[in-house]
Design a protein around this ligand. Structure first.
Ligand code: NAP
Ligand code: F7E
Length: 346
């Protein structure tokens, strides 16, 4: 056990919640930055939350936004973290085509605001940047740490900027700053408009008789899908090395969107062809066709290995949705709200 302090941006997101769990379990005091909204956005970390008045509280939340440089610097000064994990981003690729400037401000410049805050306050902390396989874009697989970047979306471009500013602060100022280049990782906590969660939710809802049709875009794109709960461990390992470096984190396997759909529907005894329909609104102006990561460096240096591969992931995500829908006696619970993607077409 350790008495270290971590600051997590994006703590309310999928990865932020798993990372907060991991660090609290390791004995860290964890501080998270939360955007102010008119409703609570802390659902994914509710189980970790303790009254800040309790003497043994080790999770603290602070309002803040990566677009606000003075707030970011002020929080760094106040929290005095040993480790900073920058997970905050406008992380949806399709949305980044609609909101390229907001995506750049948060996902690219937000990283510089944090790094500048660390540099100007002189904090001796370690910095993790959530880089993405989307940076490889059109470069053919398998992709590894030396593969050329060819991003295909404003999101991918913003992540390339964030990758290089992280390396630049390492080279220019000697900061301990690393890039984790993570391939797609999913879980029951995945946002409902990403394809895996959207499919798992629909398969369960169709099985429960609450929905009949699922509209999707490109079924041919291939992704290297791993399990988010395992990937946050790789983030932590990167900050425990003697020297800062960059690492690809992936399973090394590739499946198409159609494969994922088939797995989820077959898992609940359905034929996907009876329910899935095409809708062009889910296509992107430019697509990333084929991502397969080579994570041999992470295995060799960090001792990190994935254990959950895509077929198992599809099963566990679909099971989680079914558990949400079905009562303990197996009866369908009728008052389940419609999934977000039916409200906001994304
Ligand atoms: P996510 O679920 O979309 O979470 C994103 C987090 O960023 C949320 O907590 C969100 O807050 C916060 N955020 C967004 N804009 C912000 C801003 N301007 N200021 C402060 N916070 C802001 O993403 P994720 O899947 O956990 O991914 C974590 C990170 O890894 C992201 O940077 C993502 O781009 C990157 N990444 C993800 C994957 C993947 O497959 N999941 C792969 C490679 C890289 P709200 O809750 O208020 O929206
Ligand atoms: O799309 C296709 C879509 O939105 C996967 C983010 O975490 O991983 C994620 O980005 C594929 C694409 O994830 C639908 O065209 C078909 O080819 O689940 P996604 P993503 O774009 O790979 C990377 C590594 C990140 O860093 C990002 O932050 O699925 N697809 N039909 C669809 N996608 C969506 N969302 N919805 C559909 O209806």
């Amino acid at each position: 056990m350790t008495a270290r302090t971590a600051l997590i941006t994006g703590i309310t997101g999928q990865d932020g919640s798993y990372l907060a769990e991991l660090l609290v379990a390791k004995g860290y005091t964890v501080h998270g930055i939360v955007r102010r909204a008119s409703t609570f956005t802390t659902g994914r970390i509710e189980h970790l939350y303790q009254d800040p008045h309790d003497a043994d509280t080790r999770l603290f939340l602070h309002y803040g936004d990566l677009t606000d440089a003075s707030r970011v610097a002020g929080l760094l000064e106040r929290v005095q973290p040993d480790e900073v994990y920058n997970l905050a981003a406008q992380s949806h690729v399709r949305v980044s085509f609609d909101e390229p400037l907001f995506t750049a401000d948060t996902t690219a410049l937000g990283t510089t605001r944090l790094l500048e805050g660390i540099r100007t306050t002189g904090l001796p902390c370690r910095f993790y940047q959530a880089s993405s396989s989307e940076m490889f874009g059109a470069s053919p697989p398998p992709q590894h740490e030396r593969t050329e970047f060819h991003p295909r979306s404003p999101y991918g471009v913003a992540k390339v900027y964030a990758y290089w500013i992280t390396r630049n602060y390492r080279e220019a100022y000697g900061l301990y700053a690393v890039n984790g280049i993570l391939f797609n990782h999913e879980s029951p906590r995945r946002g409902p408009t990403f394809v895996t969660r959207k499919v798992a939710m629909a398969a369960a809802r169709i099985k429960a008789g609450l929905q009949d049709t699922l509209y999707l875009g490109n079924l041919e794109a291939r992704r290297d899908w791993g399990y988010a709960a395992e990937y946050v461990d790789a983030m932590w390992r990167m900050l425990q090395q003697d020297e800062p470096d960059d690492y690809v984190v992936a399973t090394g396997t590739s499946y198409s969107v159609q494969d994922f759909v088939e797995h989820c529907f077959a898992h609940v005894g359905l034929d996907w062809r009876d329910h899935v329909r095409f809708d062009e609104r889910y296509l992107r102006p430019a697509e990333v066709d084929d991502l397969v990561g080579d994570a041999s460096k992470a295995a060799r240096v960090l001792g990190w290995q994935p254990t959950v591969l895509t077929p198992e992931l599809a099963g566990l995500m679909t099971d989680a949705e079914l558990r949400q829908l079905l009562g303990s006696d197996g009866a369908a619970v009728p008052a389940v709200p419609a999934p977000a993607h039916t409200l906001a077409p994304r």
